[in-house]
Design a protein around this ligand. Structure first.
Ligand code: FES
Length: 166
């Protein structure tokens, strides 16, 4: 699969229908049977960034299981998201290596944007932060994290202002 989309699916966004269509196409590339439930969920999330209700319903219909069973499966795996993630949120690994290397300092540096996440298996480069596009950043510093968040926030504000003027 290619890189994840930069921002999570938003039903109100201009490209919402197109992204949902892409996700449905990816789901319908899976076998139409119950064992394809998890791969279908992963495929949909890959295209949407999370699993909104329309995607859950399409998957349930495709693999022929009740919607409740799709939700049960989706809630059983921490990798699957049933809520739209904050497109500007960063995550800081709080596994043992990152904790020892200063994860708390990173969390304190950006309490409004940084959230905790389990080990990302990049322990040799602790402390590790994960950006909103799910890219890993090793040996992160508090100043580095603050600067990257500020850049992303400023960039988003500039894009919004440009869209508003158009
Ligand atoms: S403990 Fe942070 S990447 Fe493993």
């Amino acid at each position: 699969m290619s890189d994840a989309p930069p921002f999570p699916y938003d039903a109100a966004a201009a490209d919402a229908a197109e992204r949902l269509t892409e996700a449905v196409r990816a789901v319908e590339a899976q076998p139409r049977e119950k064992p394809a439930l998890l791969p279908s969920l992963l495929a949909a999330q890959h295209h949407l960034g999370w699993l909104p209700r329309p995607a859950i319903e399409r998957i349930a219909a495709w693999v022929r299981v009740p919607v409740s069973e799709v939700y049960a499966t989706a809630t059983a795996y921490s990798e699957l998201r049933l809520e739209r993630p904050d497109p500007l949120a960063w995550h800081v690994c709080t596994g043992v290596a990152c904790d020892l290397a200063g994860a708390e300092v990173l969390l304190d540096a950006a309490p409004e944007r940084a959230r905790r996440i389990d080990c990302q298996f990049l322990c040799a480069l602790a402390p590790v932060a994960v950006d909103p596009q799910e890219r890993l950043h090793g040996r992160m510093t508090a100043d580095g994290l603050r600067a990257r968040i500020a850049t992303a926030t400023t960039g988003t504000a500039a894009e919004t202002a440009t869209e508003a003027r158009a």
